[in-house]
Design a protein around this ligand. Structure first.
Ligand code: UD1
Ligand code: UDP
Length: 365
């Protein structure tokens, strides 16, 4: 069975890595082909992850780059259709909820190629999020839906997906985390950035609803200004956020905050090292809500909702919204050691990729 494993953007790499590796190692008849759409293309948003995650060079690189939603989605579809027609895969496997995920699912479905979606069923119920549209379309088309948490299964059943198509297999992002934690621990990240264990907060922001909004981004920066008076802030900045800090004229303010370290996007091992060593995380990332829950690190999520409710119900995450006063109050609560402990969700055990690959192998019988 020839399988196209599709990646496009940063959060796809750590999800596909354990699946691709397992398919390559397995003695079964699975033949994985790694396809990179090129949605993310900067070294720091792409190549770094291939090195850190020990992923082979992509077999196919589509080089689509950036653009509006329609432009980017269309470019991916045109290029992906060509290689599907040339190489005729038996299955297309997509992960997560980025434009590449949806674009490749549409193309495959129309060519009658079965689609497997890893991280299916997550719903924020907020259709202003581009990812929610990508999730809905991909799941409506997918033939095999692999879910990370119970809510995913419930959402899919409610939407009328046949139970036979749904597989609760766990979280592949946690497979990578578990697999690379020891290597990450050995990195000299703290000394390189002049940081002390448990004495900094790790921040990432890249959601358009936060960083594209000329009202919200300055408010969030003001909150970080207050927080850096209490604890060092490390902010590896996504290219979308950097562009907007510059275009909204906020760089001058950033440059004058002595305790805020704005650093370029980091490779996986450096970043996991900071996640393991920080006091807590402030983020709007999907993946970070999950990784912090696994690591037991407090996480303040700067969004009005989450498609990963288990991280707030069982884990260490709290959905704060963009209320900056609340963000500062909750920061104080964490610094006063009053945070919940949290538990690791079911099947976030490092074996999700094993279960997924086994399920796909069983299809051949
Ligand atoms: C994408 C995903 C989002 C995911 C995020 C992870 C969609 C709709 N969004 O958002 O779900 O959480 O990736 O990081 O798929 N850029 C660069 N270099 C790059 C890539 C992007 O400079 O390598 C800049 C470009 O100016 C580009 C902008 O970032 O226009 C946005 O990139 P895009 O891929 O459209 O969306 P992200 O915001 O990265
Ligand atoms: N990450 C990283 N370097 C960074 C920021 C994030 O390696 O500078 C990792 C992080 O550990 C997680 C993934 O990227 O594994 C999350 O991706 P991102 O936040 O870009 O996307 P989202 O999860 O929001 O879709």
């Amino acid at each position: 069975m020839r399988i196209f494993n599709v990646v496009g953007a940063r959060p796809n790499f750590m999800k596909i890595a354990p699946i691709h590796r397992r398919m390559q190692n397995t003695h079964s008849a699975l033949e994985p082909i790694l396809v990179h759409t090129g949605q993310h293309y900067d070294e720091r948003m792409s190549k770094f992850f291939f090195n850190d995650l020990q992923l082979p060079k992509p077999d196919v690189y589509l080089g689509v780059g950036s653009g509006s939603h329609a432009e980017q989605t269309a470019k991916i579809m045109v290029e992906f259709e060509k290689i599907c027609q040339e190489q005729k895969p038996d299955l297309v496997l997509v992960v997560g909820d980025v434009n590449s995920t949806m674009a490749c699912s549409i193309v495959a479905s129309k060519l009658w190629i079965p689609v497997a979606h890893v991280e299916a069923g997550l719903r924020s119920f907020d259709r202003q999020m581009p990812e929610e549209i990508n999730r809905l379309v991909t799941d409506a088309l997918a033939d095999h839906l692999f879910v990370t948490e119970k809510s995913g299964e419930e959402n899919l059943l409610r939407e009328g997906v046949h139970p036979d198509k749904i597989h609760f297999t766990g979280n592949v992002m946690i497979d990578s985390l578990i697999g690379f934690m020891e290597k990450a621990r050995q990195m000299d990240t703290l000394s390189r950035f002049g940081l002390v264990e448990e004495e900094f907060v790790l921040v990432t922001l890249h959601r358009p609803s936060n960083v594209d909004d000329p009202q919200i981004l300055p408010r969030l920066l003001n909150a970080l200004q207050t927080i850096q008076e209490r604890i060092t802030v490390v902010f590896p900045i996504h290219p979308r956020a950097r562009k907007n800090l510059e275009s909204f004229g906020l760089m001058n303010q950033v440059d004058h905050l002595p305790n805020l370290k704005l650093v370029p996007p980091l490779g996986y091992l450096d970043f996991i090292n900071l996640e393991m060593n920080c006091r807590f995380v402030i983020t709007d990332s999907g993946g970070l809500q999950e990784e912090t829950t696994y690591l037991g690190k407090p996480c303040l999520t700067v969004r009005e909702n989450t498609e990963r409710p288990i991280t707030a119900e069982l884990g260490t995450n709290e959905i704060v919204g963009t209320d900056t006063e609340k963000l500062i109050t909750l920061t104080d609560k964490i610094l006063n050691d009053q945070w919940k402990k949290g538990q690791i969700p079911p099947l976030w055990d490092g074996k999700a990729s094993e279960r997924i690959v086994q399920t796909l192998e069983n299809l051949q019988e």
